[in-house]
Design a protein around this ligand. Structure first.
Ligand code: AHR
Length: 511
């Protein structure tokens, strides 16, 4: 059996892990909102129609922040359609997903749901059909105390106090020709800058100061590349940042990885996703640093990786056009997907110095860890588990690792057979280790964690299965981590593990 040695020293850190690295995303798309988080009449729904069973699962996942309302939907959405008395809200064609949008659920419902769920909202303004005026007025609606027609409309709609929404995306995937109102980098950069200015002004931020305190200041996210295969990448990101560096706080990036079911590409290409994601982040880090130098700015710009996941983009549409809440993008994730997914999470952790916000896309029913049945139950997809364990435990800082793992060839270059992340939380005095074994054989891993002192293993779970294509479903969650015997021995700082072929393992130590 081959052995891989992994060394981590608590003094060699990559950076602080922002809790917002474990964010997610709900779009008006398919059954994410309707029949997902919102289903009046469902046995677990509250008086607002919010499904209680779904809220419980979201809490179990440990999601701190949720992006809303899109996604591609955003670029054709008029936020005014979704506020005020329900019977007066218009029903519209959603040109992004060819569905019918009834607007029963809108800004007030989402922000109420966030409050109930204990989640920080991350709202978005439309840069496709929307104007900078629409953007500023949405900020006014959400954050201005009262005394204007728009803020008083919010109060009349039931929210007496302002919501003080802090995180705002300025548009979505504006580099993509599929986007409603797609723009060139220059056009978008100019518009995003003007939108950012008036949004801040509407929030009471003048000359870089927020009258009510820095905590209330907006955190603005400009739209970066939709993926690194775009012909415009990374010039798009450079141009957008050259326009907006002074106003923006984050540059967004998106990426979905896909397994080729037709086997035209080898499995290794899918398994190389985590390392490829790291390369993509590295290019954006360099682009940001370039613009920082050009603009002579002292400010640090962070990355908001606000759409990432595995998505079989080729899955055929099963529903007719113009349905309300159609079954769209309801990928059922395999055990194989969960392994790649865990590697992607390792990459996010290993880049926590730059990636300060990330959104698993999406949260419920649409390429999601949680699935629901109309009027019925729920199930946890295979990808639910790596997210739950890491979001619930891997806090504090990511520690740099040194590994002698062998590598395998794939379409992106070479990737490590043993893919790892090690985190350290000085507050809770814990160290977490996430390990993917992408080899088709058992592997021994020797962890050298000497600098942490006397470590005691407190949790060890493993996701392994002989069938890479195995999935979960309603009433059958067969892909779930198994509890392992805790590694023991006098010296917990030197641990030897045996990883099954194609598996993910998670360990937590205390000291
Ligand atoms: O998450 C699904 C879609 O993927 C989003 O609407 C869009 O932003 C991306 O292309």
């Amino acid at each position: 059996m081959k052995t891989t040695k992994i060394f981590a020293d608590k003094n060699l850190t990559i950076g602080e892990i922002s809790p917002n690295l474990y964010g997610s995303f709900i779009e008006h798309l398919g059954r994410a909102v309707y029949e997902g988080i919102y289903e009046p009449g469902h046995p677990t729904a509250d008086e607002n129609g919010f499904r209680g069973d779904v809220i419980e699962l979201i809490k179990e996942l440990n999601v701190p922040i949720v992006r809303y309302p899109g996604g591609n939907f955003l670029s054709g959405y008029d936020w005014r359609d979704g506020v005020g008395p329900r019977e007066k809200r218009p029903t519209r064609l959603d040109l992004a997903w060819f569905s019918t949008e009834t607007n029963e659920f809108g800004t007030d419902e989402f922000l109420k749901w966030c409050k109930k769920t204990g989640i920080e909202p991350m709202m978005a303004v439309n840069m496709g059909t929307g104007t900078i005026k629409d953007a500023a007025e949405l900020v006014e609606y959400c954050n201005h105390a009262g005394g204007t027609t728009i803020s008083d409309a919010r109060r009349a709609n039931g929210a007496e106090k302002p919501y003080n929404v802090r995180y705002w995306c300025i548009g979505n995937e504006m580099d993509g020709p599929w986007q409603i109102g797609h723009l060139s980098a220059d056009e978008y950069g100019k518009k995003a800058l003007e939108a950012a200015k008036v949004m801040r002004w509407a929030n009471g931020e003048i000359d870089g100061k927020e009258a009510r305190g820095a905590d209330r200041a907006l955190r603005l996210i400009v739209s970066g590349s939709s993926n690194h295969e775009m012909k415009t990448f990374p010039a798009w990101d450079r141009t957008v940042l050259e326009h907006t560096y002074g106003q923006a706080d984050y540059l967004s990036m998106h990426r979905y990885y896909m397994y080729d079911e037709d086997r035209k590409r080898p499995l290794e290409d899918f398994l190389g996703s985590a390392d490829d994601m790291g390369e993509y982040i590295n290019t954006l880090k360099a682009t940001i640093e370039y613009v920082r130098a050009v603009t002579r700015s002292r400010k640090r710009m962070y990355i908001s990786f606000d759409e990432w996941n595995i998505w079989s983009v080729t899955a055929p549409r099963r529903e007719p056009l113009w349905k309300k809440a159609p079954h769209l993008l309801e990928d059922v994730y395999t055990f194989r997907d969960a392994l790649v997914f865990a590697g992607l999470m390792n990459t996010l952790l290993n880049n926590c110095d730059a990636v300060k916000l990330a959104c698993l896309a999406q949260l419920v029913n649409v390429i999601a860890p949680i699935m629901t049945e109309r009027g019925g139950g729920t199930f946890r997809q295979t990808i639910f588990y790596p997210f739950r364990y890491l979001a619930g435990n891997a806090r504090g800082e990511t520690v740099r690792t040194f590994s002698d793992s062998d590598t395998f060839a794939n379409m992106y270059g070479r990737a490590r057979c043993i893919n790892e992340a090690v985190t350290h939380d000085a507050d809770s005095r814990t160290v977490c280790v996430s390990l993917c074994n992408y080899a088709q054989e058992k592997r021994e891993v020797r962890l050298e964690l000497r600098s942490f002192g006397d470590l005691r293993a407190v949790e060890y779970v493993e996701l392994a299965n002989a069938d890479l294509g195995a999935v979960n479903g309603f009433g059958s969650e067969r892909i779930a981590p198994a509890q392992k015997d805790l590694p023991s021995g006098k010296d917990g700082a030197r641990v030897t593990l045996t990883l099954p072929p194609m598996s993910w393992s998670f360990l937590k130590f205390a000291y």
